[in-house]
Every structure is written in C-alpha cells, then in structure tokens.
Write a protein that binds this ligand. Structure first.
Ligand code: DQA
Length: 146
C-alpha cells in the first residue's frame, strides 16, 4: 500500500520534548523503526509540519497517489476543524495516532475533532501506534476488496 504518515506541530522535537510522556526517541528513529518493522511491504512517505496549512496542502497532494493516511496531528487534534475537513475531503482511509494516551492527560486533550472522520484511533501505544495503524489500514483495504 501507498501510505502517507503525517506528524503535526512539535513532533519534530521528539527525543527532546517531554521525554517522560513521549519517550527518548526522535521522530527519525521512530520512522526507521517503523520502516524496518513493515519489511518493505508498504511504501511509506513521511511528512512533518508545524503548520496547519502545510499539512492540509500535503494531504490534498495525496489524493491520487495515496491509499491510506496515518496522522498524529499533535495539538491540532483538539481543535483543527480545517484538518478534520481535509481528511473528509480527500476521502482516503485515515487512522489517527497518538504516542501518549490522550484520554488520561489534561481535560482538553480528551477531545479529538478528527476522530469521527477516521477509520480508527490509536492512543497511548508509543511508536507501536504507527505500526498498528499501518496494519489497520492494510486490514481495512483487504476487507474492502473481499
Ligand atoms: C500527541 C498528543 C497531543 O495532545 C499533543 O498536543 C501532541 C502529541 C501525542 O502523540 O500523544 O503534540 O498527539
């Protein structure tokens, strides 16, 4: 499958940022780990931006090339109706991922405005969440084709 993995604001600082919550690994290290685990079974493109509009533009560019989207929108999760609408508009199966468990942190993190336009939400599994999301997209595609 052709999959694009989006990471939103401040996730470029993984490895430095709130290590007790997000772990010691950098985004690059997480990317390499995921790539090894999927054993070339899928073609994955990674995109990180701190800017809402750049994430949306990149999502629009995926329309014809991408069969699945995985997104950790960072704090945009909790209030970006624009990203929510972009996911709905491109109409590509999308899985929402969070490294930390957003349901067990501050009150404002419990709400995801993108959850209802995604086929699934994975929260609190650290880097494994990205891998599980790849598997979820593959299972979803298989089910649709059978
Ligand atoms: C996060 C959780 C968000 O609430 C936060 O703003 C992030 C990271 C996570 O991966 O756990 O930036 O999406």
């Amino acid at each position: 499958m052709n999959i694009k993995i989006f990471n939103g604001p401040n996730l470029n600082l993984l490895g430095k940022r709130n290590k007790n919550i997000y772990g010691k690994e950098t985004l690059n290290e997480i990317q390499n780990w995921v790539e090894i685990k999927i054993e070339n079974k899928h073609l994955i493109e990674w995109f990180q931006s701190n800017h809402e509009g750049k994430i949306i533009d990149e999502m629009h560019r995926s329309i014809d090339s991408c069969e699945g989207i995985i997104i950790n929108p960072g704090a945009f999760t909790h209030y970006s109706y624009a990203i929510r609408d972009a996911i709905e508009s491109v109409d590509i199966p999308t899985v929402e991922v969070h490294l930390s468990n957003i349901n067990k942190r501050e009150e404002f993190r419990k709400k995801s405005v993108i959850k209802d336009v995604c086929i699934g939400q994975i929260t609190g599994l650290g880097k494994s969440g990205y891998l599980d999301a790849v598997r979820m997209l593959a299972a979803y595609k298989n089910k649709k084709n059978n």
